[in-house]
Ligand binder design. Structure first.
Ligand code: FES
Ligand code: FES
Length: 158
């Protein structure tokens, strides 16, 4: 298959590699760059498990062609850690029991991160809107909303 050169930055690190014309950003991240924190759920833009931040916006990486990301900046769950430790947002997920199986969690956290970057003091409604494309089969969503509110310094009624 015809492979083409792609250059992009992921979590601040520059990559210059080859990928096939029809490879998705999800495939590039997981299979070519070895960044397996981003998960594949539906593979069809429905579940949000594969969410990453592309040039500041959350996207379903299963629906983006890798070659469309030429010279782009991508952030994945691997970039969420701070000095090798968990970020405040990740700690809040643990504190509020916002994960069970954890499969949705990388995508949830990237959607929440994109929201907090844009709006550091979101309301509950802002959070629900930002996470509406991320499905979770385990938690019932309330602990996730509480975790994001708490990471933003908001009041949490549990
Ligand atoms: S795996 Fe991409 S939206 Fe479900
Ligand atoms: S924690 Fe299992 S799908 Fe969300």
């Amino acid at each position: 298959m015809n492979r083409q050169r792609i250059r992009l930055k992921v979590n601040g690190q520059a990559y210059d590699t080859l990928c096939s014309e029809n490879a998705t950003l999800l495939t590039l991240l997981r299979e070519d760059l070895g960044l397996t924190g981003t998960k594949e759920g539906c593979g069809a833009g429905e579940c949000g498990a594969c969410t990453v931040i592309l040039n500041g916006r959350p996207v379903n990486s299963c629906m983006v062609l890798a070659l469309e990301c030429q010279d782009s900046e991508v952030r994945t769950i691997e970039g969420e850690t701070v000095n090798g430790g968990l970020s405040d947002l990740q700690k809040a997920f643990i504190e509020h029991n916002a994960l069970q199986c954890g499969f949705c969690t990388p995508g949830m956290i990237m959607s929440a991160r994109a929201l907090l970057d844009k709006n550091p003091s979101p309301t509950r409604e802002d959070i629900c809107e930002a996470l509406e494309g991320n499905l979770c089969r385990c938690t019932g969503y309330e602990p996730i909303i509480a975790a994001v509110l708490s990471a933003a310094g908001g009041e949490v009624n549990e």
